[in-house]
Design a protein around this ligand. Structure first.
Ligand code: HEC
Length: 191
């Protein structure tokens, strides 16, 4: 201890050596509380994961993956509540065409062309269909399940149902649009 240079605070508790003063101020309350909270958190964490066998990250991942797989299975098999009329109604909802156009441009143009005129995949604007006869049900079905051995990917596991409807709605609006450079008809002419 040496003489007091602490402006009157902590008159007893400081120590000076070579002109360097060591104070003994209390830690700020907010700091102490965050320190205590980390100790409490660590204790609860330990109890939950080590003693009470709480789920590890791997367990949580497994559960989430199962949910995703279940959802995908639902999307790939056609939903039993769909009818031509229910699809017509769903396709007419606000914003469907804009969403469908954006989806088509990001996921489908590579194979069907920007005007749906066809390139690797068939022309989607004519009356000729390889799969089904161009009804809303047929179009949703082929987009959802794909045609594995012909190179059309299944989108049911990639797109949500609403997105699937949106992109199908966009395809429907392009019927008869007669784009330049259209690919020759493939499949059967729809009645
Ligand atoms: C990797 C290339 C590829 C991509 C990407 C692709 N398609 Fe296809 N699509 C095909 C091929 C190839 C066929 C023809 C399948 C057949 O011969 O049965 C096809 C068929 C179709 C058909 C049925 C046409 C008919 O005449 O039966 C529709 C509708 C369709 N695609 C929509 C889409 C939509 C919508 C997307 C984007 C979400 C998409 N496709 C993305 C390659 C693709």
């Amino acid at each position: 201890m040496s003489e007091n240079k602490d402006n009157g605070k902590n008159t007893e508790n400081f120590h000076e050596y070579d002109g360097i003063i060591e104070h003994d101020n209390p830690l700020p309350t907010w700091w102490l509380w965050s320190f205590f909270l980390t100790i409490i958190f660590a204790f609860i964490y330990f109890l939950h994961y080590e003693i009470a066998n709480g789920p590890t990250l791997t367990d949580e991942l497994k559960v989430s993956m199962q949910e995703i797989e279940k959802q995908q299975a639902v999307n790939v098999t056609s939903s039993p509540t769909e009818t031509e009329d229910s699809l017509k109604e769903a396709f007419n909802k606000d914003g469907m065409l804009n969403a469908g156009k954006a989806l088509f441009e990001s996921k489908c143009v590579a194979c069907h062309g920007p005007l749906l005129q066809g390139s690797i995949g068939p022309n989607l604007t004519d009356k000729f269909w390889i799969n089904g006869a161009g009804t809303r049900m047929d179009i949703v079905k082929v987009i959802r399940t794909g045609v594995a051995d012909k190179g059309m990917p299944p989108w049911g596991s990639v797109l949500k149902t609403e997105e699937l409807y949106a992109v199908a709605a966009y395809v429907v609006t392009k019927q008869g649009s007669n784009p330049p450079g259209a690919k020759a008809p493939q499949g059967q002419e729809a009645p």
